[in-house]
Ligand binder design. Structure first.
Ligand code: UT7
Length: 321
C-alpha cells in the first residue's frame, strides 16, 4: 500500500575506501558492481533511519500510524542496542499505539522478505488491518574498518512498506521460504556463547566476518531455485515475471541469477551500484525505485527474493493491485 526509503546523506565512494584499505575502485566495481554506498552519520542510529522510512511509507499509503496493527522491524544485527526492542522504539516514535512490536533480528539480508512474509500472514487474521514492515541495517557500525573483504560491500539504509488487505487474486499469491545453517557469515561475540569483553573487542570479534566464496556459491544456488519453487503453484515461468526485486548483495550475483533464470537483466531493479548491500533494507531499495519510477502496473507479476546470513532465504510472488 505504501513504500518508504531512508538513505543517509554521507556518500562513501570506492575512491574514499582506497585511502584506508588495500583495495581499488577497479577491483570493487569489477567484482561487485558497487560504485558508492551510504554510511550513517555519527550521532544517528538505526532507529532514526527506520523512523524516516516508516513515515514516508505511511504517507505513501494514506494509513495513519494509529491504524497499524503490527510494526515488524527486521535487521541483521544492527538494532540500536540488545534491549529494549527496536520495533517498540519505532512504534513509540511513530505514535503507532495500537501496534504489536515484532523484532526479526537474525534473518539478516533476507529480513525484508521474512518481514513481508510474516506481515502478510498476520493479515490473515481479520482483526489485523494494516502492518508496517521495516528492514534496516547499519553495517558501517559492525564491519571492521581494516577488513577489505567486508568493508567495501555494505551500506546503511532503511526501507519500509505498509501492507494491507488486497482484492481477490491480487497481493501475495505464492511463496517459498527455506534455510540451511552455516557459520560462513557471522558475528561471533556479543551473544551468550561469547559475551563481549575487552579481549573480544581487542580481537575484533564484534565485527562481521564473511567467507565471500561460500556466499557466492550459496546465493547463486538458492535464489534461482527459490524463485522457481515459488512460481510453481502459480503455473508461471521465470520469463513471465514482470519485475524482479532481488536482494542487492552484489551485481554479479544478480546477473548470474537472471542468466540462470534466462530472463533479461533489465527486468531486475538495480540499486547495489549506488547503495551497496544494505542488508534487510535491500529489497526495499529496489521496490522503492520500481514504484517511484512508476514501473509497476496493476496486474503485473512481481517476484521479491532475498538471501542472508544463516543462510536464510525466501521468495514472494505478488500480483500488483
Ligand atoms: O554483499 C555481501 C554478501 N556477500 C557477497 O555478495 C559476496 C559474494 N562473493 C563474491 O562476490 C566473490 O566471491 C568475491 C567478490 C568476494 C571474491 O571474488 P573472486 O572472483 O572469488 O575473487 P578472486 O578469487 O579473484 O580474488 C580474491 C582475492 C583474495 O586475495 P588472494 O587470496 O587471491 O591473494 C582476496 O584477499 O581478492 C582479495 N580481495 C580483495 N582485493 C582487493 C578481497 N577483497 C578485496 C578487496 N580489494 N576489497
Amino acid at each position: 500500500m505504501g513504500v518508504g526509503l531512508h538513505l543517509p546523506s554521507r556518500v562513501v565512494t570506492n575512491q574514499d575506501l582506497e585511502k584506508t584499505l588495500d583495495t581499488s575502485d577497479e577491483w570493487i566495481r569489477d567484482r561487485t558492481g558497487i560504485r558508492e554506498r551510504r554510511w550513517l552519520e555519527p550521532g544517528l542510529t538505526t532507529s532514526d533511519m527506520c523512523l524516516a522510512a516508516a513515515q514516508e511509507a505511511l504517507e505513501d499509503s494514506g494509513v495513519r500510524a494509529a491504524e497499524i496493527g503490527a510494526v515488524i522491524v527486521a535487521t541483521s544485527a544492527t538494532y540500536d542496542q540488545p534491549l529494549p526492542s527496536m520495533a517498540l522504539m519505532v512504534r513509540d516514535a511513530l505514535g503507532a499505539t495500537n501496534a504489536i512490536p515484532l523484532d526479526l533480528s537474525q534473518s539478516a539480508c533476507a529480513g525484508g522478505v521474512y518481514g513481508m512474509f510474516l506481515g502478510s500472514h498476520l493479515l490473515q487474521n481479520d482483526l489485523m488491518r494494516n502492518v508496517l514492515v521495516i528492514g534496516a541495517d547499519c553495517f558501517s557500525r559492525v564491519t571492521d574498518p581494516q577488513d577489505r573483504t567486508t568493508r567495501i560491500f555494505f551500506g546503511d539504509a532503511a526501507g519500509a512498506v505498509v501492507m494491507g488487505r488486497s482484492a481477490p487474486a491480487r497481493g501475495l499469491m505464492s511463496w517459498d521460504m527455506n534455510a540451511a545453517l552455516s557459520h560462513s557469515v557471522s558475528i561471533s561475540a556479543g551473544g551468550a556463547t561469547t559475551p563481549t569483553t575487552p579481549k573480544t573487542a581487542e580481537e575484533g570479534m564484534q565485527y562481521l566476518r564473511m567467507d565471500g566464496r561460500t556466499v557466492w556459491r550459496e546465493a547463486t544456488k538458492w535464489i534461482p531455485e527459490s524463485i522457481r519453487l515459488a512460481l510453481k503453484p502459480l503455473g508461471a515461468l521465470p520469463h513471465e515475471v514482470d519485475h524482479y526485486i532481488v536482494h542487492q548483495a552484489n551485481l554479479r550475483i544478480l546477473q548470474h541469477v537472471m542468466d540462470d533464470l534466462q530472463v533479461p537483466h533489465s527486468r531486475a531493479e538495480i540499486t547495489v551500484d549506488r547503495y551497496g548491500n544494505t542488508g534487510a533494507a535491500s529489497i526495499f531499495t529496489a521496490l522503492h525505485q520500481a514504484t517511484r519510477g512508476e514501473r509497476i502496473a496493476a496486474g503485473d507479476l512481481l517476484v521479491i527474493s532475498g538471501i542472508g546470513a544463516g543462510f536464510t532465504w525466501g521468495t514472494l510472488c505478488l500480483i500488483a493491485e
